[in-house]
Design a protein around this ligand. Structure first.
Ligand code: UD1
Length: 419
């Protein structure tokens, strides 16, 4: 167990460079399976979740060489072996190999990735789409086996715009016979990044970023090696902006695509944070008294569920009452109890949290329940009076590269302690 000791009350000042996007990297690495070639991926963030995906690819037979933030993934020797429960349990997103394995080999068997702290997270939409393409899916004894003699392009209408289902189906459709259309597809920037990577390897995908994605199936011999640079992490960058704002700091974030962050930036501005944007940077230049705002999480371009906990930390110090409604995951208020320990006044009623702003937060003994909840507690602790002990920070390492090092360089005081 590792923990953070955080002394609050320091204004963050300086410049941070955002890393490559975790949620874009994971499907791009999974997509490397499709071409059986040597792919070069730049701007890979060095995170626990990425290490798990590397282990999954290696287990399947890929050769993965890491040179800093560049990964060289050679999938020539990948085989359709069964992926063990142990590996699958380490990260839910390892289910992203389902689409590319099924697409290349016509069969795949993985253990069920299981539930998760923030909700039950079923995979019915992934399965329905693959079945429409002719796959037979069997779920037994905690395993999922998918088989298809030859996947055939299909017209798929997703019941809801699931990020993971859209990605898995895009990958499955690349080598299918004929054309696939995915309607009500997720529109997140990560879909566009995956489309770009797939097209670089010879796939024919268009429409990502809109709610209709069209994939024209190609032959395995049409695919070839590809080189790609992953887009910046809009959630990591957003987390740093909120951290800067809660301390009344002045922080410039470089290597960002401000347009991807608009849903967050609009809410931060409404809350009174002074933000300016350039082509590839965003700067928070202080915040006066934070004002209450209402937030409803929605699929992109709505407000991202992955920024909800961090914004709740900020709004717990706002003037007035904010209502935060979580519509994407059913169990994503685990941070509320911990923020209340710090003196926040928050009540949960069904899908909504009612946040009455308080004048100050006070450090406490806390535990991170999941990745973004953990980030929210770091943010709250940066603004709190007294010190905070935050347990279980390995959750935070899943999605942030050495968060404490980045914040300490900006003037924070955070120490990582190993038990
Ligand atoms: C991805 C992101 C995660 C983010 C989430 C929503 C990655 C690795 N993770 O997760 O950080 O919080 O998008 O933006 O990119 N659902 C179903 N059936 C399905 C699939 C999903 O009912 O077959 C439901 C889920 O339970 C959830 C909602 O759809 O309520 C959204 O889930 P989804 O978009 O699939 O999220 P992930 O891809 O798991």
């Amino acid at each position: 167990m590792q923990k953070f000791l955080i002394v609050g009350g320091n204004r963050l000042k300086g410049t941070i460079r955002a890393s490559g996007s975790k949620n874009a990297t994971l499907p791009v690495l999974a997509a490397c399976i499709l071409n059986g070639s040597k792919n070069i991926i730049h701007e890979v963030p060095i995170l626990k979740d990425v290490a798990v995906m590397k282990d999954v690819l290696t287990y399947l037979g890929a050769r993965v060489v890491c040179e800093g933030s560049t990964f060289i993934v050679d999938s020539a020797d990948v085989q359709p072996v069964e992926i063990s429960e142990d590996l699958m349990r380490r990260m839910r997103a390892s289910n992203l190999v389902l689409g590319s394995m099924l697409g290349r080999f016509g069969r795949v068997k993985i253990s069920y990735p299981g539930g998760c702290q923030i909700g039950s997270r079923p995979m019915n939409l992934h399965f329905k789409g693959m079945q429409a393409m002719g796959a037979v899916i069997k779920e037994r004894y905690g395993y999922i086996a998918a088989r298809a003699e030859k996947l055939t392009g299909a017209d798929i209408h997703l019941d809801l715009p699931s990020v993971g289902a859209t990605e898995n189906l895009m990958m499955a459709a690349v080598l299918a016979r004929g054309n696939t259309t995915i309607r009500n597809a997720a529109k997140e920037p990560e879909m566009v990044d995956l489309q770009n990577f797939l097209n670089k390897m010879g796939a024919r995908v268009k429409g990502a970023g809109t709610d209709t994605i069209k994939i024209e199936g190609v032959r395995p011999s049409d695919l070839h090696a590809a080189e790609h640079t992953v887009i910046p992490d809009r959630i990591e960058a957003g987390t740093h902006l909120v951290a800067a704002a809660i301390t009344g700091g002045e922080v410039t974030l470089t290597n960002v695509i401000p347009e991807h962050m608009e849903p967050l930036l609009a809410k931060m501005r409404e809350a009174g944070v002074d933000i300016i944007t350039g082509d590839d940077y965003v700067r928070v230049q202080g915040a006066g008294q934070i004002r209450a705002v209402d937030i409803k999480t929605m699929p992109y371009p709505g407000f991202p569920t992955d920024m909800q906990p961090q914004m709740m930390a900020l709004l717990s110090l706002a003037e007035g009452t904010s209502i935060i409604t979580e519509t994407v995951f059913e169990n994503r208020f685990k941070h509320v109890g911990e923020l209340r320990r710090m003196g926040a006044d928050i009540k949960v009623e069904g899908q909504s949290a009612i946040v009455e702003g308080v004048e100050r937060l006070s450090g406490a003994y806390l535990e991170a329940s999941d990745l973004r909840a953990g980030a929210a507690l770091v943010i709250a602790a940066l603004a709190a009076e007294n010190g905070t002990i935050l347990e279980n920070v390995t959750h935070i390492d899943r999605g942030y590269e050495r968060l404490e090092t980045k914040y300490n360089a900006l003037g924070a005081r955070i120490v990582r302690v190993h038990d």
